[in-house]
Unconditional design. Structure first.
Ligand SMILES: Nc1ncnc2c1ncn2[C@@H]1O[C@H](COP(=O)(O)OP(=O)(O)OP(=O)(O)O)[C@@H](O)[C@H]1O
Length: 260
């Protein structure tokens, strides 16, 4: 019998089902369903307090959902701690810096390549050390910090620190990269560089981005999820989002769609 060719969609790299999160009386996330395919470029948009960062925290495992299910790379990780999700291939940045301020740019990237997160020390087999140092230096070049390798993080500008955070998330070679407002506080030139870095990411890396700068978000993303009041209210391509009346109504007067 002849085999029937079937075209199967790749399994989602991330699937949220009925995710809910309450903080006391605040119902921050309400029944969110989300599916992200391997290699996707996804932006999560929405006004302040919409629940975007809480969704990120639920995906990366900072805290568990009040209800619902989180699947990463085909596994149910709903109760798995953050460091174990990181080991599966998830890397993220935070709105507030988590850099080692008293260490150099190279050492920060080296530690990220090593997979060290705050409070977790790991011994390095000596043979691997050179490879990790080389990866750290290559990443510094990619994010435009190769001339500042020996400088302490505390001496970098805000924009350079944000670039370094992206580099640290990337140097861990994640399958899923999640960036929380990477363009916040960047100069125009720094935003252009960031946008280029993100557009140039390896196709195998799946990217989810929270970003208030619509210019950056809609250039990088191929698919957009819009949140409001804890819920997903619109999903679509950047063009559909630009043309969407609800998006305009929510952002009206904020100047956030000035570049659209
Ligand atoms: N750890 C927490 N404890 C209590 N309330 C929280 C906590 N984290 C978030 N919230 C509340 O949950 C709601 C959603 O917040 P969240 O930070 O997820 O929104 P957001 O869309 O990321 O906003 P922004 O764009 O301002 O970062 C807000 O009302 C916020 O005050």
């Amino acid at each position: 019998m002849a085999a029937t060719a079937t075209h199967e969609e790749p399994a989602p790299i991330l699937r949220l089902t009925g995710i809910d999160r309450r903080f006391g009386g605040v119902h921050a996330v309400r029944g969110v369903d989300l599916q992200v395919r391997p290699g996707e470029r996804r932006a999560v948009l929405g006004p302040n307090g919409a629940g975007k960062t809480t969704v990120f925290n639920l995906i990366s495992g900072e805290f568990p959902p009040s209800a619902g299910r989180v699947e990463l790379f085909g596994l149910d990780v709903t109760t798995l701690p953050a460091r174990k999700r990181a080991r599966l291939g998830l890397s993220r940045t935070f709105q507030t810096s988590r850099l080692f301020a008293g260490l150099s740019v190279e050492d920060n990237l080296y530690l990220a390549a090593l997979g060290v997160s705050a409070g977790h020390l790991r011994l390095v087999p000596s043979g691997k050390d050179g490879t990790l140092r080389a990866a750290a230096r290559a990443m510094a070049e990619r994010i435009g910090l190769d001339t500042r390798l020996d400088d302490l993080v505390m001496d970098l500008s805000h924009g350079e620190q944000r670039q370094l955070e992206v580099g640290m998330a990337l140097v861990a070679e994640p399958k899923l990269l999640m960036l929380d407002e990477p363009a916040a506080g960047l100069s125009r030139a720094e935003r252009v560089r960031l946008t280029e870095t993100l557009i140039g990411l390896d196709e195998d890396i799946t990217l989810i981005l929270i970003e208030h700068d619509m210019d950056v978000a809609l250039r990088v993303a191929k698919w957009v999820t819009m949140m409001h009041d804890g819920r997903v209210i619109v999903e679509g391509t950047p063009d559909e989002i630009r043309a969407n009346q609800t998006v305009h109504d929510l952002y009206l007067g904020s100047g956030l769609i000035a570049h659209a």
